[in-house]
Write a protein that binds this ligand. Structure first.
Ligand code: B3K
Ligand code: ZN
Length: 872
């Protein structure tokens, strides 16, 4: 039957939450590992905690072999089995249930549950993967004490790992086993098991309460030296969490295993993190500075989950942001404290503006705490994670560091060992600070990006000014007529000398406006001089500010604001205005002399922070510009962004060369000054490479590509050449591939740089690359590098010939069957069909309709397609 509606997956609603009817105090697991016939014996001590009813356990893709209740083997009449659950009739109030299942890890291409990654057995159970291992109460509010015995051949599997501490070993001639016990009750999604052969990097950390923690990082043989940075990052994370949050590690061992096949970045399983090797392995030869930064941030993120996620977990999956928003905020602060705070902040904002605002404006828009979910894996989104972190950051802004930390302490004291809700978190923040966040709660409840319109007036004679702020939030698919939000807006003012000055409201300095009304007027007193307001300092709220300021005003902010975010933001507003003018007036892109002079002096100023200079020079990309339009004029967007790049390349050539020449290409050190210098060198070369016929620039490209000590610069040169379509790009691509073939993570860069290039990344080229030996349809990293990069290449994805859509349609069709989570990620950028010009709109709509009709459409895709096609 091909009727797509018969087996349609069902949506679940947050408001339907019901507490579990049974508790599982202990879970005893025995795994007898085998590629295709792994046997799992799951012995649970179960107690009834709710009303009298059958016990319903969930399971997917598992073969049930035997069920035993208090020692009695159950017959067919004792239970009912459906495709997704196992209902055991008439169970007593307390009993021991043993469920034996058989699973097939080697054929598990979805990488959920127990699967094989190259030669390693590993698990991924969040969100609902444990049910692919055994029948269970697979929900985060059922916490159990786990004991796990792993039995495997000695050959090939010398290391057998699970959560907690090892408590027993056994062996015969061919097989061995290790038993692990985790004393901390946990939901099944935090369960983990690994079996394989590794090199192990070991170290120790002594906690502030005197516990000696053994730290182990397991990597593929031969990769030990590439794990050192991850180890250092782990120790920094542990120290930072003690220092800044007062949170101390709670087991004697902390293990990290790097695997090559992994759908996401990493997983915070209790005491046994499993990582995508991309976020563990890094050395100067193979990793860029950004890779190192990512390793530190993901290592930190997973470590910080030990308290925000594991010790205090989520009651249900609608509360995902409780742990993710908070933990992203914590990892962002960690990175900021370790490295360059302002650069970190600007990069975080770029993610919100380019990806979260886009999601918020599309068919899958959802609040950070969603109300309706069909496939939970679809909700590991920039909204839940990154907007979730912005919401936490707003609480931090409103309460200050001390008030926020007081709220954190109360939250942890109250809820340690519990599965709780976002409401519990806000309540703790309120109670610790005697604050009222009733209106602030709207940030959890409503989707969409609030817009704040600003009117400003200043009377120099009377030294009085006013700001009138009006807020509205657009309708999103399930929500209309939204209430006013509680929005913190940080402000500063620049005077006619170009310096930041204080203004006052009732004699107190005005630096934070709390906008709570739909329209609010703030009156203040200032100096006897014209004043320019600079609003939304540090991006204090995830909103769109609509405030027309002229270029002189923006340049004054860019030169004089004390907040680096505001200086950068002013530069982006100037670029945006030129780009939009060129589209609206159908003219070439222009940039004023004043702006070019400002950029030129920033480049020539040796005292300027090089990283910030680089960020000031980076113009909005095509995707960001596209957000300005209801109907995206794809060709115009591509044209003007390209023109502005060329214009800057021409106008600033000497200055760019000047900063490039100051770069130390032989030093691969990782201190902030060197990282900043490389960032600026790559940005400069990115423009210089537009000079195709200039011998000096060709030689600079070659020098940076062939003779630098750091992958950051080698790859930067390649990216510059490919993105500018420089004649050298062919030979650089070839030489890079020759040198790095066989180094999958490095070759991912080679795939990604082509897929994201405006000229190079055509659908034909990408299609060709899917046949290259560096590509592999079963590994998510390869697919993200090539195909996900392509989905963000606006001009090529939406090319007139429709080849971009064809390429994605066939990739998604293929992945629907093998790895729906990955398929679903590729689908997201295609959902905005309504925002494309007519011809593209029809072609894209037809593509979505064909995908919707696929046989065995995975719930992940079903949910997105039915939302985008507005099925009701
Ligand atoms: N919690 C995991 C994500 C699991 C994703 C499941 N599809 C990684 C993280 O946020 O730390
Ligand atoms: Zn997380």
């Amino acid at each position: 039957m091909s009727d797509v509606s018969t087996n349609a997956p069902q949506a679940k609603y947050r408001n339907d939450y019901q507490a579990p009817l049974f508790a599982i105090s202990e879970t005893d697991l025995v795994f007898e590992l085998d590629d295709h016939q792994t046997m799992v014996t799951n012995t649970m001590k179960i107690q009834r905690v709710g009303e009298d009813s059958d016990l319903v356990l969930v399971g997917e893709n598992v073969s049930l072999l035997k069920v035993t209740l208090d020692g009695r083997i159950l017959g067919e009449s004792d239970y009912t089995q459906t495709e997704k659950d196992l209902r055991i009739h008439q169970v007593p109030d307390a009993f021991v249930l043993e469920v034996m299942t058989q699973i097939d890890p080697a054929n598990n291409s979805a990488l959920e549950g127990l699967y094989k990654s190259a030669g390693t057995f590993c698990t991924q159970c969040e969100a609902e993967g444990f049910r692919r291992i055994s029948y269970y109460l697979d929900r985060p509010d059922v916490l159990s004490v786990f004991t796990t015995k792993i039995v495997a051949p000695k050959q090939g599997f010398p290391y057998l790992l699970a959560n907690g501490n090892p408590i027993a070993h056994a062996a015969n001639d061919t097989h061995h086993s290790v038993t692990w016990h985790d004393p901390h009750p946990k939901p099944a999604y935090l369960f983990a098991l690994v079996a394989g052969d590794f090199d192990v990097l070991e170290d120790h950390f002594e906690t502030q309460d005197g516990r000696d923690v053994l730290l182990q990082i397991f990597v593929d043989k031969g990769n030990l030296s590439r794990a050192q940075y991850a180890m250092d990052s782990l120790k920094r994370s542990m120290a930072w969490d003690e220092e800044r949050f007062g949170l101390v590690y709670d087991l004697d061992i902390y293990m990290i295993v790097a695997v090559d096949f992994f759908n996401m970045g990493a997983m915070e399983n209790k005491g046994l993190n499993i990582f995508n090797s991309k976020y563990v392995l890094a050395d100067a030869k193979t990793a860029t500075d950004q890779d190192f930064i990512n390793v530190e941030s993901v290592i930190g993120h997973e470590y910080f989950h030990n308290w925000t996620g594991n010790r205090v977990t989520c009651r249900d999956w609608f509360q995902l942001s409780l742990k993710e928003g908070l933990t992203v905020f914590r990892d962002q602060e960690f990175s900021a404290d370790m490295g360059m705070r302002s650069v970190q902040r600007i990069q975080d904002v770029r993610i919100i503006r380019s990806h979260q605002f886009e999601e918020d404006a599309g068919p899958m828009a959802h609040p950070i705490r969603p109300d309706r979910v069909m496939e939970m894996n679809n909700f590991y989104t920039v909204t839940v994670y990154n907007k979730g972190a912005e919401v936490i950051r707003m609480l931090h802004t409103l309460l200050g560091e001390n008030g926020f930390q007081a709220g954190m302490r109360l939250y942890i004291d109250r809820h340690d060992g519990q599965a709780v809700t976002c409401e519990d978190f806000i309540k703790a923040m309120e109670d610790a600070n005697s604050a009222d966040f009733s209106q602030f709660r709207h940030w959890y409840a409503y989707a969409g990006t609030p817009q704040v319109q600003v009117h400003y007036d200043y009377d120099v004679e009377r030294q009085e000014g006013s700001l009138v702020l009006t807020q509205t939030t657009p309708d999103t698919p399930d929500q209309k007529d939204k209430p006013a939000f509680h929005i913190p807006i940080q402000v500063e003012f620049i005077d006619d000398q170009g310096v930041s000055v204080e203004v006052h409201v009732n004699d107190s300095p005005l630096d934070l406006i709390e906008l709570t009304e739909r329209e609010q007027c703030i009156r203040f007193k200032g100096p006897k001089a014209p004043l320019i307001p600079a609003l939304l300092g540090n991006f204090s709220a995830p909103i769109k500010l609509i405030f027309e300021q002229n270029e002189d005003e923006l340049l004054a902010i860019m030169r004089g604001a004390s907040d680096p975010f505001l200086r950068w933001d002013a530069s982006q507003r100037i670029y945006r205005n030129s780009l939009l003018t060129a589209i609206h007036e159908d003219t070439d892109v222009g940039l004023s002399e004043a702006m070019l002079d400002t950029l030129s002096s920033v480049l020539k100023d040796a005292k300027q922070d090089a990283a910030l200079t680089a960020l000031l020079l980076q113009i909005p990309n095509e995707e960001t510009l596209a957000q300005e339009f209801d109907i995206i004029p794809v060709a115009d967007v591509v044209r003007v962004v390209g023109e502005l790049r060329a214009l800057l390349a021409l106008a600033l050539k000497d200055e760019l060369m000047f900063v490039w020449e100051r770069t130390d290409i032989a030093n691969a050190g990782l201190d902030s000054a060197l990282i900043s210098q490389r960032m600026l060198a790559n940005t400069a070369l990115g423009y210089l490479a537009f000079h195709h016929d200039d011998a000096q620039i060709s030689s600079v490209l070659k020098q940076q590509f062939y003779h630098s000590a750091s992958m950051t610069l080698t790859f930067g040169a390649l990216a510059a050449a490919v993105h500018a379509d420089h004649p050298l790009c062919h030979s650089l691509l070839d030489d890079f591939a020759k040198k790095w073939q066989g180094h999958a993570l490095v070759m991912d860069k080679w795939l990604a740089v082509q897929a994201s290039a405006p000229d190079w990344g055509s659908a034909e080229r990408i299609d060709y690359l899917t046949h290259h030996s560096a590509f592999n349809w079963t590994n998510p990293n390869r697919i993200y590098a090539l195909l996900a990069s392509f989905t963000h290449n606006l001009g090529q994805l939406h090319a007139q010939d429709g080849l971009g859509y064809q390429l994605l349609e066939s990739a998604i069709t293929r992945l629907n069957a093998s790895n729906p989570q990955v398929a679903s990620r590729l689908l997201s950028p295609l959902l905005k069909w309504k925002r494309l010009p007519e011809a593209l709109q029809t072609a894209l709509h037809d593509t979505l309709v064909r995908l919707r009709k696929l046989n065995n459409l995975a719930p992940d895709l079903h949910e997105k397609l039915s939302q985008a096609l507005e099925e009701k």
